[in-house]
Structure formats: C-alpha cells, structure tokens
Ligand binder design. Structure first.
Ligand SMILES: Nc1ncnc2c1ncn2[C@@H]1O[C@H](COP(=O)(O)OP(=O)(O)OP(=O)(O)O)[C@@H](O)[C@H]1O
Ligand SMILES: [Mg+2]
Length: 453
C-alpha cells in the first residue's frame, strides 16, 4: 500500500506516543516516532515530512521550537500541536507561528485523524500547485522574444493582452520573422498554457494526409488503418493548435476546418459520433491574405473566424536595431550548445550584419551566427566567418531600400547627409569634400529638406 504521507510524531509521554504511532500507522502513514524534541529536530534536518504531530509542552526542546524550525527550514511540512495545558494564549501563539492546527488534550482519536488528513492534503495541494506553476513558468521562460524595436514591443504587449482571452489569432509576416515563436508566446501566456501546444504545417501535406492529421480516423476506416488515430483537432483539446501556412490549405480543407471552428466538434474518418473540440486556433501565413481572398484562393468566412486578432510581425530589415541584440542572443545560445568559448562578434562583422538585408529574416541571422560559432577558432566571430554574400557587402556600397533600388536623388540625399555628419555639421568643409561650392550645397540642402537636420 502506498504511504498516505510521512509523519513525524513527537511526545515525551511514552504511552501516548505509542498509541498515536499505532493509530497513524493503521491509517496508512509512514511514521517516525520519538520521545525527544532534540531527536525530532535532527530528523527534520535529515528527511522531509508532510506533517509533524507534536506535543507542545516537553522538557528541553518543546513543540514551539519544533514549529519554529519547520517554519524556517521546512516550508513543505505542516505542524499540528497537541497539549495538555490548552490555554487560548498558547493556541494563538502557535497559530501565529504558522501551526496548521491545535488540538487540546484530552482529544478524540477521530479528531487527530481528521486534522492530520487535512494537513497532508494541504501539503500535497501546495506541492502540486507549485509544480504546475513551475511548468508554466518554465514554458513562459522558454519562449523568449528578444527585441528593442518599438513596433515589436507593441506587438508583445498586444499579445499579452489577447493571450488570456482565448480568441483565435492570425499571425502574418515574412518567412523567418518569428511567427511560430509568437504563437508559442501566446500559448504560454494564455489560460491554456497547461494544455498542449500542437503545430501542423498545412503546406507540408497533400489534402488526404492533412485531413488524416487533423481529423484522425477509426480502426478500419480505410485499408491499412490498423488502429484508431486521434486527429490533432482532438489531441489539442484544452490547448492550442497552431496552423502554419494556413493559406496553403485546399479549398475543400478550408470548408472542413471552417465547419469544425463553427460547430466545435469533429468527426474522425470512419467515425460515427462527433467529438467535442475545445481548441484555440492560431494560424500563420507569410502570404498576402487580402490578395489571396480577392483572387479567390482563401475563403473570407474562414479568414474572419481565424483573424479575430491579427499580429503582423515586421521583417528584420525594418528593425535593424534588433540585429546586434539577436546576434548576441544566438551567439550565447550556440556557444553553449556547442560548448565553445565564443563570446564576441568583431566590430566589422557586426557592421556587415547591420547593413545586410536579411531576406530570410531572423532564421537567416540565426543560421549565420550558428555557422559563425561553428567555424570560429577563437573567442571572436570575425568577418571572415560570415557567408560570402554578406562579406561582399563591404565592397558593394549600393543597397536596396525597403526592398527596391533607390533613385540617384535618394542616393545623393543620403550621401550628402552622411558627409555633413562626418564634417560635424560644418557646411564649408562638407562642400569641400563634395567638391561643390557652398551655394550649390545650400541649394541641395534646401531641395532635400536637410537644412533642419
Ligand atoms: N524576437 C526573437 N527573439 C529570439 N528568437 C527569435 C525571435 N524571432 C525569431 N526567433 C527565432 O528565429 C527562428 C525563426 O522563427 P520562427 O520559426 O518562429 O519563424 P516563422 O515566422 O515561423 O518562419 P517561417 O515562416 O519560415 O515558418 C526560430 O529559431 C526562433 O526561435
Ligand atoms: Mg514557421
């Protein structure tokens, strides 16, 4: 029989002690009994107990001392005091010091049984709650979204706000911007964080396989269906289902999914009884959904069901100040994983990272740093450890702006601004460097509205 709990019983009266020990053992507790308060303190040092049942008045080490010891050193132990000299004062004093209960002699054994059972239950609940909380915290802690960009910080704030509501969310953004990470963040901060987080890539399966993934089947539903298979819609109950690349779903699947969201139940292939579905949906896409709806590639009614809230994650090229921060985050991550003592990114390497456009966004940055950590031989990732197309940037000074090639005027404006900065705002010196006279410079400044800067 598994133990009901671990009990320490302390009473300097031998007969009373034997009696309690016998009764509690019969109840199924694992009992340690001692007549000495000093021994009790020693036991508490060595092993964990759920409940200490102790006499209050004892020679030398008394019940109050044992209580104090427990409150200081054993937060997971409840103390029940027994005394023959029950006065209101000592009772209040004991409760003030955190005793679970106070039993006056002469007591009925029933009362002791009941109080000890309650104390054990309380301690078990306390432990259970803590372990749940630790799990949640560790999940929340695992989902770290690193940013110092104001746009992304606002997104995070919004995510924390909508996470607990349980509403469906559509996350949009280019490939590698962190859509799945955001989905995990929403799950971790929601009320379902103790439930499962399951993900399915709708673009990775043909219609039949995706249907099987989502809806599952019963044994014998088709040739080869040897056992029941639970679909993700059912398996995610109580949690979150992340539908990645939602826009890759075929029109027929879109209809089936819409029905599940509306009716909140699902019928596995070959099944006859619908199963209740209690799932939060988070969908993601890197495509332009509005455009797809116009073209008829995505159903508007499904869009409205999923897009209760939209989170759009900006590409890394629009949040360049995040580059060094993320680069160092990944450096630490991969240095630890590979057990290498790489701690730094050389300034010229960092410079290259800052000007690079990152078409693959954060995933690409992560890969670049992972590779850099892998091939670096010292403590520093040098420019030479970066991919070739990135190193080429140092010779090619023309760069795309928001993904397109800038005009000559735009280039000139940027160039004049830079020269002015380098000249510390001194226009005569800037004109000299530019090789034009001061009046021409002044005209250009006016035209490009740079005078105020
Ligand atoms: N702000 C961030 N802080 C830390 N890590 C991030 C951040 N954003 C993204 N990442 C990391 O970058 C990688 C790519 O992110 P994720 O897989 O979430 O992107 P995605 O938008 O789902 O990409 P895809 O569209 O290609 O599926 C992951 O390893 C993720 O942990
Ligand atoms: Mg993804």
């Amino acid at each position: 029989m598994p133990s009901q709990g671990k009990l320490l019983i302390v009473d300097d009266e031998k007969v009373a002690l034997k009696n309690l020990e016998h009764v509690m053992k019969k109840e199924g507790y694992e009992v340690t009994a001692t007549q000495s308060g000093a021994h009790a303190l020693a036991f508490l040092e060595k092993q964990p107990f759920d409940v200490v049942l102790t006499d209050l008045r004892m020679e030398k080490v008394d019940g109050m001392q044992i209580l104090r010891k427990c409150r200081e050193a054993c937060p997971d132990t409840e103390v029940v005091l027994i005394t023959g000299y029950a006065t209101l004062e000592s009772a209040v004093e004991a409760m003030k010091h955190g005793a679970f209960y106070y039993i006056a002699k002469p007591f009925r054994l029933d009362e002791v049984r009941k109080v000890v059972a309650e104390a054990v239950e309380k301690i078990h609940l306390k432990r259970e709650n803590r372990s749940l909380r630790e799990q949640v915290e560790s999940f929340q802690g695992k989902v770290k979204i690193i940013t110092q960009d104001i746009k992304v910080q606002r997104l995070l704030e919004m995510a924390r706000q909508v996470a607990p509501t349980g509403c469906n969310i559509l996350i949009t953004g280019e490939s590698g911007t962190g859509k799945e990470l955001f989905a995990r963040y929403l799950h971790a901060h929601g009320e379902r964080s103790e439930g499962p987080f399951l993900a399915v890539n709708c673009g990775a399966f043909n219609e039949e396989l995706l249907s099987n993934e989502l809806f599952g089947h019963t044994k014998g539903a088709f040739t080869g269906a040897g056992t029941d298979k639970k679909g993700l819609l059912e398996a995610a109950t109580g949690g979150t289902l992340f539908l990645d690349e939602i826009t890759e779903m075929s029109p027929a699947m879109q209809v089936k999914l819409l029905r599940v969201i509306q009716e909140r139940e699902v019928l596995p292939l070959g099944g006859t009884v619908p199963i209740k579905v209690d799932v939060r949906f988070i969908a993601a896409t890197n495509r332009d959904v509005q455009d797809m709806m116009r073209q008829g590639g995505f159903r508007q009614d499904l869009y409205f069901r999923l897009n209760v809230v939209n989170l759009h994650i900006p590409p890394l090229s629009q949040r360049k100040e995040d580059v060094p921060l993320l680069a160092y985050h990944f450096l630490r991550k991969y240095a630890a994983l590979m057990k290498k003592d790489v701690t730094e990114i050389a300034p010229d390497a960092l410079e290259l990272l800052k000007v690079y456009e990152f078409p693959g966004n954060i995933r690409e940055l992560e890969n670049i740093i992972e590779r850099g950590v892998a091939i670096s031989t010292g403590a520093v990732i040098e420019a030479a450890h970066l991919p070739e197309d990135l190193r080429d940037l140092s010779i090619r000074t023309f760069r795309k702006k928001d993904g397109r090639i800038p005009s000559l005027e735009e280039q000139e404006k940027d160039y004049i601004r830079w020269v002015l900065e380098e000249a510390g705002g001194n226009q005569t010196q800037a004109a000299q460097i530019l090789g034009i006279d001061r009046v021409s410079l002044w005209r250009k400044l006016k035209r490009y509205e740079l005078e105020a800067e």
